[in-house]
Design a protein around this ligand. Structure first.
Ligand code: GAR
Length: 188
């Protein structure tokens, strides 16, 4: 049995998509979802899906080993950042080498780094008149969005596309690719 832990800060549509993908797979289980936002929609989704979802505060994550020890006790095979917006501290990167995977809503190394998340990314892509955008699934290291790339997928951006259209295309790519890539990593 493979155990995954997910960290999310927002709506959690990727969490739901991943949960649905694995729901009939008896070899993979979601040990828990963790969120740093008390009012994140992901909490409602997890309640509806009957998935354990725990809130943590920033200090327990960034300034101590508190959350690290809780997650270690769950013995995860993979920690998945599904719309998680805090920087991963060094103690996590050291404790879980090649076991923390992030999805970023752009074609890294473009549009990565601090402050580049969600609609900020799609607005920047639009403002720069990019002809394409996409997703990047990558391992997490100590720097924002700089870990080794595992998988990328692209979508065209047309002149008439708004940032919201771009967001929709990127989400569609995320839903299609992220669970499959997680599945592949777990199988290796
Ligand atoms: C996703 O598009 C994900 O790629 C992005 O946040 C969104 C979360 O959506 N992550 C980042 O921007 C990380 N830098 P969701 O909450 O509906 O899954």
């Amino acid at each position: 049995m493979k155990r995954i832990v997910l960290l999310a800060s927002g709506s959690g549509s990727n969490v739901e998509n991943i949960a649905n993908y694995f729901k009939d797979n008896s070899l993979v289980t979601i040990a828990s979802v963790f969120t740093n936002k008390r009012d994140a929609k992901v909490i409602d989704r997890c309640n509806r899906l009957n998935i354990n979802c725990l809130f943590f505060n920033r200090e327990s994550f960034s300034k101590s080993d508190c959350l690290l020890n809780i997650i270690k006790s769950m013995d995860p095979d993979l920690i998945i950042l599904a719309g998680f917006l805090l920087k991963i501290p060094k103690n996590f990167v050291t404790a879980f080498p090649k076991k923390i995977v992030n999805i970023h809503p752009a074609l890294l190394p473009k549009y990565g780094g601090k402050g580049m998340y969600g609609m900020h990314v799609h607005n920047a892509v639009k403002n720069n008149n990019e002809a394409e955008t996409g997703i990047t699934i990558h391992y997490v290291n100590e720097n924002y969005d700089e870990g080794a790339i595992i998988h990328q997928a692209k979508a065209s951006v047309f002149k008439e596309d708004t940032p919201e259209h771009i967001a929709e295309k990127v989400h569609a790519l995320e839903y299609e690719h992220f669970p499959k890539v997680i599945d592949q990593i777990l199988s290796n």
